[in-house]
Design a binder for this molecule. Structure first.
Ligand code: AMP
Length: 217
């Protein structure tokens, strides 16, 4: 196995909040994915490159070894299942929460009390399934791939399960957060073979990430 390292990141908050951690490890990414259309970004270290993939694809690239390591939200990792991945560090970045939200006029507590069967639209079907099963609430899950907030507004569902940060997207769409399922943050994930075969190369980067994320606490 070559000692070249490939790091999988998604655009947006995860990319932005990983940059200071990389800098702490002496690695500077030479291009900005928001302005460049390149999917493979070089760094100041000729042996380290960054690939830009969809957030939900990060665990897959790392699992199969196409990337040696990556950064993915707990929301994404729970849906993926985490097979084939080491999760050595909670980086405590891209923090948000996974919540249940409904239209402002919908009495969620009453529906739950009365044992109503709820239609729930979400991208996070695995997390939602486990959450409602644990509460003993019967749900029909409707899988969506984006803009969950629209579903209750047009009668596709009674509720949504989505990640919430400031809550302004919910407010803008007249939705109310009725239940927090869990706190979410992003974790470092490492390919299990790379962890063994590239340990020497990876260890100092992982240590720098750990120090930098602990210092932020
Ligand atoms: P907000 O309006 O700040 O509550 O942000 C909510 C919207 O941004 C939702 O549509 C989420 O899908 C998305 N979002 C916010 N934070 C995150 C995060 N840490 N990871 C993924 N998506 C997020």
């Amino acid at each position: 196995m070559s000692q070249q390292l490939t790091l999988a990141l998604s655009k947006g908050r995860i990319f932005e909040e990983t940059m200071p951690l990389l800098r702490a490890a002496g690695i500077i990414v030479s291009e900005d994915p928001e302005t460049s259309r390149k999917l493979i970004l070089q760094t100041n270290d000729p042996d380290v490159r960054v690939i830009i993939v969809r957030a939900s694809d990060v665990p897959t690239y790392v699992q199969y070894g196409a990337a040696d390591f990556g950064v993915a939200g707990k929301d994404i990792l729970l849906e993926h299942g985490g097979g084939g991945l080491y999760q050595p560090i909670d980086l405590n970045i891209a923090r948000c929460r996974m919540s249940v939200a409904v239209s402002a006029g919908f009495d969620y507590a009453r529906a739950v009390r009365h044992g109503a069967r709820l239609r729930v639209a979400t991208k996070y079907t695995e997390t939602a399934r486990q959450h409602f099963a644990a509460k003993g609430v019967h749900v029909d899950l409707i899988k969506l791939y984006g803009s969950m907030e629209l579903a209750p507004l047009v009668g596709l569902s009674d509720a949504i399960v989505d990640v919430v940060s400031t809550g302004s997207t919910l407010r803008a769409n007249n939705l109310v957060e009725v239940e927090e399922i869990m706190q979410i943050s992003s974790r470092l994930v490492v390919n299990q073979a790379a962890m063994k075969m590239k340990r020497e190369r990876l260890a100092p980067i992982l240590a720098a990430f750990e120090r930098a994320s602990a210092a932020k606490q």
